[in-house]
Design a binder for this molecule. Structure first.
Ligand SMILES: Nc1nc2c(ncn2[C@@H]2O[C@H](COP(=O)(O)OP(=O)(O)OP(=O)(O)O)[C@@H](O)[C@H]2O)c(=O)[nH]1
Ligand SMILES: [Mg+2]
Length: 450
């Protein structure tokens, strides 16, 4: 499905105007095409930026540009690559791209440069996907996670599991091949111990993967509490905009309101909800409360708001009980007013905060990040990609089956079948063995020129 022996061209910089725009050409004819566009007789010196005039096929000048030649294999794609840095005008860049096509290049498909890097063995699939994720990153932490993946930190973590797995397979195969050698290449106890270690490493990776998902996709934090405790005021403060209506009438908010906010690098979707109370004043509020409960049920974490300036009510206590075993941050609000109760007597940790002055809001942000368990990710490469997670879960299941087989005294053949399955899943993560349609879906996510 993928041809790799022709020469491709695309504008590598985003659409629009800028100081510089780059046209990239990759393939065996990259250098001859560049020579034709610049009317040069001598070849471009490897990796030296050369200022020259770029012309169309019929010799009309297009722009003065800097041309750099990256000979194979030391280029982004592993092919011969020419980068033409011209002035960042869509008209100029389109003209250079057209000229390159007239000189024999083909317009690149989305992601095709990175695909070639992968097919030429410059990067593995984990790293290729990281390129797309780095480009798509919205928060600095997402960019960090993608860069770790690109940098090979995650690949190294995967290899640390794959190597012992490979070793175990080799020993079991050897025991099969030489049954009469008089000694075993591995004892059942050693095999069981090795399997246990592999299972633990995979579990660690999968626990981090759940956290990695939060960095990638973000998580939902719902603000709940009885009417008038200050949910909408807090929501507006965290959103940095007057999104929700705030009044001193209990039961103001009816619909769910959502807003994306970046809290310490984690993309949170905040949800403001109708105040929860037993006795709703009308059918609209009743519906609002039903929606609030639904939002609460699906959110990763709840901000449970209690009004510190008013005595606690039965509704407050009910909500505290309801959320006791879920992920939550309990907040005593309106700390700028006189206190009607002491948060220390609540029986759980509570953060004091005023949505009006902003006091305590930064601490709430930190508490939210802690509550969703995203903190440890700052210093570890984690699986943040759904495809990787699914494959690693499959590997984990195969390892578990092998452990059960080993514990039941099954022969090497049975263990090996499961272990080979586990390795196949690993190979699909890194791309050592990947069907064409998987490649297609991965690289379709790229835009042209990447
Ligand atoms: N002094 C003070 N007043 C606050 C604070 N937060 C909210 N208020 C006031 O409390 C009242 C209710 O605030 P809202 O944000 O509308 O409360 P809510 O929880 O969204 O109420 P419902 O939508 O009715 O459930 C308003 O008069 C706010 O100005 C605070 O931190 N300090
Ligand atoms: Mg409200």
């Amino acid at each position: 499905m993928f041809s790799t022996d022709d020469t491709i061209v695309a504008i590598a910089t985003p659409p629009g105007r800028g100081g510089i725009g780059v046209v990239r050409i990759s393939g065996p004819d990259a250098a001859p095409i560049a020579s034709r566009l610049t009317r040069r007789d001598s070849a471009f010196e490897p990796r030296r930026a050369t200022l020259t005039t770029v012309r169309s096929i019929d010799a009309a000048s297009i722009d003065r540009a800097v041309v750099t030649f990256f000979p194979s294999p030391h280029s982004y794609t592993g092919d011969d690559v020419i980068e033409i840095s011209a002035h960042g005008s869509p008209v100029v860049l389109a003209a250079i791209q057209r000229a390159a096509m007239q000189a024999g290049a083909r317009l690149a498909e989305p992601g095709e440069f990175t695909l070639r890097a992968y097919l030429n063995g410059r990067i593995d699939l984990v790293q290729a996907e990281a390129v797309a994720e780095l480009i798509d990153a919205v928060t600095p932490l997402q960019a960090r996670a993608a860069f770790d993946q690109l940098d090979g930190t995650l690949t190294a973590r995967l290899r640390a599991i794959d190597d012992p797995l490979m070793d175990l397979i080799a020993r079991l195969e050897a025991s099969l091949d030489f049954p009469d050698e008089g000694y075993h290449f591995i004892t059942p106890d050693e095999a069981a111990a090795s399997l246990a270690r592999i299972a633990t490493s995979l579990d660690d990776l999968l626990v981090d993967a759940a956290r990695g998902r939060m960095i990638r996709e973000g998580c939902t934090a719902v603000v709940v509490g009885r009417p008038n405790v200050g949910k909408s005021t807090l929501f507006n403060r965290l959103a940095g905009a007057e999104r929700a209506i705030v009044t001193d009438v209990p039961g103001t908010t009816r619909d769910l309101l959502t807003e994306r906010v970046d809290i310490d690098g984690i993309p949170f979707t905040l949800v403001d909800t109708a105040g929860l109370r037993e006795a709703a004043s009308d059918p609209i509020e009743e519906e609002g409360i039903a929606r609030a409960r639904q939002a609460h049920a699906v959110a990763e974490v709840a901000v449970v708001l209690l009004d510190r300036s008013q005595p606690l009510t039965a509704d407050d206590r009910h909500l505290l009980e309801l959320t006791a075993t879920t992920r939550r941050v309990v907040v005593a609000s309106k700390s700028d007013l006189n206190a009607a109760w002491d948060p220390a007597l609540l029986g759980c940790d509570a953060l004091e905060l005023s949505a009006v002055t902003g006091e305590g809001c930064a601490a709430l942000g930190r508490a939210l990040v802690r509550a969703v368990d995203a903190e440890p990710l700052r210093d570890r490469a984690a699986v943040a990609n759904a495809r990787h997670r699914a494959l690693l879960e499959r590997a984990r299941e195969s390892v578990e089956r092998a452990r059960a087989a080993a514990a039941g005294g099954a022969s090497e053949e049975f263990l090996l079948a499961d272990l080979h399955e586990a390795r196949a899943a690993f190979d699909e993560v890194t791309g050592a063995r990947t069907p064409d349609d998987v490649l297609r879906t991965i690289f379709e996510r790229f835009c042209i020129g990447k």
